[in-house]
Design a protein around this ligand. Structure first.
Ligand code: PLP
Length: 343
């Protein structure tokens, strides 16, 4: 049995999703003539209570287009030091848009609005003014932590008062909504720009959307083309996204339940420390020697992610069932009990 817990991006399109892809009506989307892309964009914009959504190939492109929309070249972005936008996007904000990022540190990625308020720099002859703040929902490197709605509302108030804009890397905002019962629109209305992904927990093979207002969306389409993200008969991809939105949101609760089962079992195991409480689909653990553990697990058919030499990540998703969770638990508990204890 193979149990791939490295990421929720490893899912393969189901037979039904492939049928939706095969049946998709398509056109040239660079000419704005793909009806399925248009349907997806309208659906997602409506879901988040925004005027428009722009279909892009990846979450990274979505984030980078959004950052460009909210920060001009040489302007400042504030975000968590562990945020995806400054950890895993290869310096794109600096390279592509001339954005200066200043970061805060946190426990598990949960934003502290008062700390952000203290960091914001107003315009002045001698300073780089803060143009925007970015948050991540859920927080990847914080074990899939959910930003509390109250903190986001407070942050919105702070940036509105200060004249900054607010971006959300919502790659897994679906998980946050399912875990807390918060409406997508409630989240959506808090942000000037969102990037949301179809290719994580929702199980589509490709695709993210930039969600924003008319004016920014128009510029987003220009930026997408400039970055090489203008796609032609992209309706085949949009059809997978629409299918995912119709069928794969509520079932995220199953992923969350399975992640809790994994974390409960491994938390009790000798040799592993749970780093953050599990509320969605990501389990982050501290272990003595992560590369050795990952390699030993791989030989027994369990794939896990290395976050650092002493940190691993396990992610539940659409292609993981209860039997696979049980198998992973038994393999990992066996390996952990025979490994030296974490320092
Ligand atoms: C929080 C977060 N944002 C953005 C991305 C980027 O998505 P992509 O891999 O589609 O570029 C990821 C990818 O896993 C992510 O975890």
């Amino acid at each position: 049995m193979l149990v791939d817990l490295r990421s929720d991006t490893v899912t393969k399109p189901s037979a039904a999703m492939r049928r939706a892809i095969a049946d998709a009506e398509v056109g040239d989307d660079v000419y704005a003539e793909d009806p399925t892309v248009r349907a997806l964009e309208e659906h997602v914009a409506g879901l988040f209570g925004h005027q428009e959504a722009v279909f892009v190939p990846s979450g990274t492109m979505g984030n980078q287009i959004c950052l460009r929309l909210v920060v001009e070249s040489a302007g400042e972005l504030l975000c968590d030091a562990d945020a995806h936008v400054v950890t895993y996007e290869h310096g794109a904000a600096a390279d592509l848009s001339g954005i200066q990022s200043r970061t805060w540190t946190s426990r598990g990625g949960i934003v502290d609005p008062l700390n952000v308020a203290e960091m914001i720099r107003p315009p002045g002859w001698n300073t780089v003014p803060t143009a925007a703040v970015a948050v991540e929902q859920t927080f990847n490197r914080g074990g899939g932590a959910v930003q509390p709605l109250g903190s986001l509302i407070e942050l919105r108030r702070i940036v509105s008062d200060g004249g900054q804009l607010l971006h959300c890397d919502g790659a897994r905002i679906w998980n946050a909504a399912v875990a807390t019962g918060t409406a997508f629109e409630t989240y959506g209305r808090l942000f000037d720009t969102l990037s949301v992904c179809l290719s994580k927990g929702l199980g589509a093979p490709i695709g993210s959307l930039v969600v924003t207002d008319h004016e920014r969306a128009e510029y987003a389409r220009t930026l997408r083309k400039r970055l090489g993200g203008g796609m032609r008969q992209a309706g085949v991809l949009a059809a997978a996204g629409l299918y995912a939105l119709q069928h794969n949101i509520e079932r995220l609760a199953d992923d969350h339940r399975r992640a809790a089962v994994l974390s409960d079992a491994l938390e009790e195991a000798k040799g592993a420390t749970l780093l953050y409480p599990v509320v969605t689909n990501i389990v982050a653990l501290e272990v003595a020697d992560a590369p050795v553990l990952a390699e030993a697990a791989r030989t027994q058919g369990v794939l896990i992610s290395l976050v650092s030499p002493t940190r691993i990540r396990l992610v539940t998703h659409l292609d993981i069932d209860d039997a696979q969770v049980d198998h992973a638990i038994s393999v990992l508990r066996g390996l952990l009990s025979s490994a030296p204890a974490a320092a």
